[in-house]
Write a protein that binds this ligand. Structure first.
Ligand SMILES: [Zn+2]
Length: 723
């Protein structure tokens, strides 16, 4: 029998659409999913065997160098997910594989440490020092730790090893996660919660692709309810793994301790702030199936679960699920895709679900479970509009008379106030009073924000930073540059002048640089050491401050100006969330919403506390123009080195747009941020009917034009950013 060379195709974590073929040397086995080292040009690279080729090639192929034996192969479902996700987001498959290989160290043999433990044999000669060592050696300890615990020299310990009274045991440095205990709920569930929990348990037991929307106001106990679905998955299958996605991992300390309380062990955490050692351990433990509950940011979707039985997307409407850099994707959408591939249940939880999800629920594709607030525990505060057209603040002040009075009352009652302004820094714009020049970043079309705490001007899009100049860079006038409009720092200045003696703090991504400093500030607020907290949207999420009774929204219209498709929806969700921070337990709260546009539906229906009416209004608007969730959108952004080159290639690209029924292409138009990091940008917007395979349309279009390497194209399926 002649032996044919065996061929495997290997996908590399590179911007490559297809796997490459390699020959498998005699005696080497590498089934699909195996991690292998292969040559690529002059380099060697780790890739994944994507398929075995039945037909021998007559081309001369390079050979696989080695199979990485310690790494468990990437499961078939994971490979299917990578492929389908790549198609959906119109990105090379290799880019998605790269996201699944975030911990290279996890592929290697787990590092071991050597520990000592008593054998039970007594040494022939016993001394008091030896006695002390053996008394401490009941559990494995390193030589140094054992010597320290017994307060003896390391020589004593060594001698006991030689005498056979201690033995060396090896232990991995990546200890396995302990199995969670499904146990029972800690608190009694309300009748509402019981019904929802039972419905979710049933979905989990069906062992099929099922989507549930868990819809309930803040304080309705969504977490307790989805905990019961997690418990059911754990109970039903001793190997079940559960993924819980959270939008903001820095704020999840509280959630993590609730998991620990409910299931007896802390979940595995996966996010960018975790160190490489922690990531290595989690990746490995997920692959081995021992990490049973994983709590993570959007990238946790790309972990190699062996047996995913349930996914929870908490705060499913949150914008931070959309990744805007590199591979552009929405983690909620890909989570639904992943659940479909795994044939498991997925729960989308929110107090203000996205219109997409509400529409899927309305059409019966998703099960809609609604929770009402628990009586007595917390209720939505009274929401009042302060119409600034009637009662405006003074010049260069932003707190109007109504809000000001309410703050005074709150301080007098020894309660806390939260002022919400979604603008970092001191002033969002710096203007020359002499010539009218507005300061921009040198390579980007966006205004520079003045930051007074740091004395810098910063571009929030690119991070470009400069010292504030003494003279206007345009006309040279000295001392003519003035900040226009308020940021949180300027608001703090106003609060200090108005409410003398009040303890004021600012919470924004600039003032809390680390999760630790955030936690510290939150503890001070909880402990009553802060009277007025001023914050950006970072304050909207998840904190419960018992003495907080007043929320002031300083500029409700900010998110509506220059609005894109989701401006109204986003404003409504955000403001409702912020307003919901006021009032807890026995103290009723109130929210004062300052606005110049009280008639805009997002603001008016917010004041009425009528989410359903707002949703109905917004749905109607979208339906009329065939926008999501009634149609689909895609964006194509071309970026070139010069304006001429951008125009030239944008028109060539536009001319190549395929004709397809149910698809409209608009553009090219200069992007709102026309120049970003020195690159000139042109945008196309594609609207398609719901039944159109928009990804396939975009992929076909992209493939029709061979762009020079200096022109980059980014494709955004279901865009959230229209910049
Ligand atoms: Zn000037």
């Amino acid at each position: 029998m002649p032996t044919f060379p065996r061929i495997v195709s290997v996908l590399l974590p590179q911007p490559l659409p297809e796997p490459f073929d390699y020959e498998l040397p005699e005696g080497m086995t590498a089934p699909p999913g195996s991690f292998v080292v292969v040559p690529l040009g002059p380099r060697e690279m780790i890739g994944v065997v994507w398929a075995e080729r039945g037909v021998p090639s007559n081309r001369k192929l390079k050979a696989v160098t080695e199979v990485i034996a310690p790494a468990p192969p990437l499961p078939a479902n994971m490979r299917a997910f990578i492929e389908r996700a790549a198609k959906y987001v119109v990105s090379p498959t290799g880019n998605l594989l790269a996201m699944a290989m975030r911990s290279r160290e996890a592929l290697e043999e787990a590092p071991m440490e050597q520990l000592l433990i008593a054998t039970g044999d007594r040494p022939e000669r016993m001394t008091p020092a030896r006695e002390k060592v053996l008394a401490e050696a009941g559990a494995p300890l390193s030589q140094a730790d054992l010597a320290r615990a017994a307060d003896v020299s390391s020589g004593v310990v060594k001698a006991l090893v030689e005498a056979g009274a201690l033995q060396v045991v090896e232990r991995t440095l990546d200890p396995p996660f302990d199995p969670p205990d499904p146990g029972a709920p800690i608190h009694d569930l309300t009748p509402d919660q019981t019904v929802a929990a039972e419905a979710l348990r049933k979905l989990v037991r069906e062992l099929a692709f099922r989507v549930a929307l868990l819809d309930g106001v803040t304080g309705s106990g969504k977490t307790e309810v989805y905990f019961e679905a997690i418990a059911e998955a754990l109970r039903e299958d001793p190997e079940a793994q559960i993924l819980v996605l959270l939008p903001e991992i820095a704020l999840t300390q509280a959630v993590t301790s609730r998991f620990e309380e409910r299931f007896g062990v802390a979940p595995a955490e996966w996010h960018s702030a975790a160190g490489s050692k922690a990531r290595r351990r989690v990746w490995r433990e997920v692959a081995a199936g021992r990490a049973r509950i994983v709590v993570g940011a959007r990238s946790a979707l790309f972990l190699p679960y062996r047996k995913l039985r349930l996914i929870v997307v908490d705060e499913e409407h949150d914008q931070s699920y959309k990744q805007e850099e590199g591979v552009i994707y929405h983690a909620r959408d890909l989570a639904v895709m992943r659940a479909q591939i795994e044939a498991c249940a997925i729960i989308l939880a929110s107090a203000t679900p996205s219109l997409e999800t509400l529409q899927n629920a309305a059409s019966g594709r998703y099960t809609h479970l609604r929770l009402s607030a628990r009586p007595g525990v917390s209720r939505l505060p009274e929401i009042k509009l302060a119409d600034l057209r009637d009662n405006p603040p003074e010049t260069n002040r932003w707190i109007g008379p109504e809000l000001s009075t309410a703050i005074e009352e709150t301080l007098a009652a020894k309660e806390q106030a939260l002022l919400f302004l979604n603008r970092r820094g001191y002033a969002p714009l710096v203007l020359c009073r002499a010539c009218g020049e507005r300061l921009k970043a040198p390579d980007t079309d966006s205004w520079l924000t003045e930051h007074r705490y740091s004395g810098k001007l910063i571009c929030h899009l690119t991070g470009f930073t400069m010292d504030k100049p003494l003279a206007c860079p345009n006309c040279g006038a000295k001392g003519s540059l003035a900040g226009v409009g308020p940021g949180v720092e300027r608001l703090a200045e106003e609060v200090h002048t108005r409410f003398k003696g009040a303890r004021v703090e600012v919470l924004s991504s600039d003032t809390v640089a680390s999760p630790e400093s955030l936690r510290e500030l939150i503890m001070r607020m909880e402990g009553g050491a802060i009277d007025i907290l001023i914050g950006t949207q970072i304050v909207a999420k998840g904190h419960n401050f018992p003495a907080l009774t007043l929320v002031g929204v300083v500029d409700a219209d900010a998110g509506l100006r220059g609005g894109d498709l989701r401006a109204g929806e986003r404003t409504f969700q955000l403001l409702l969330q912020v307003a919901g921070r006021a009032g807890r337990a026995d103290k009723p709260g109130r929210a004062i919403i300052q606005t110049y546009a009280p008639e805009s539906p997002a603001v008016a229906l917010l004041a009425a506390g009528d989410r359903d009416a707002f949703v109905a209004h917004e749905m109607e608007q979208r339906r009329a123009i065939g926008f999501p969730p009634f149609g689909r959108l895609g964006a194509v952004i071309l970026a070139a080195g010069s304006s001429e080159q951008a125009n030239e290639w944008a028109s060539a690209f536009g001319a190549a747009a395929p004709n397809a029924p149910g698809v409209e292409v608009w553009g090219p138009a200069p992007a709102p941020i026309t120049v970003l990091r020195g690159r000139h940008r042109r945008r196309f917007l594609v609207r398609a009917d719901r039944n159109v395979d928009l990804s396939a349309f975009l992929a076909t279009w992209k493939a029709r034009v061979k762009l020079p390497p200096s022109v980059r194209v980014a494709i955004d399926v279901e865009p959230y950013s229209f910049m």
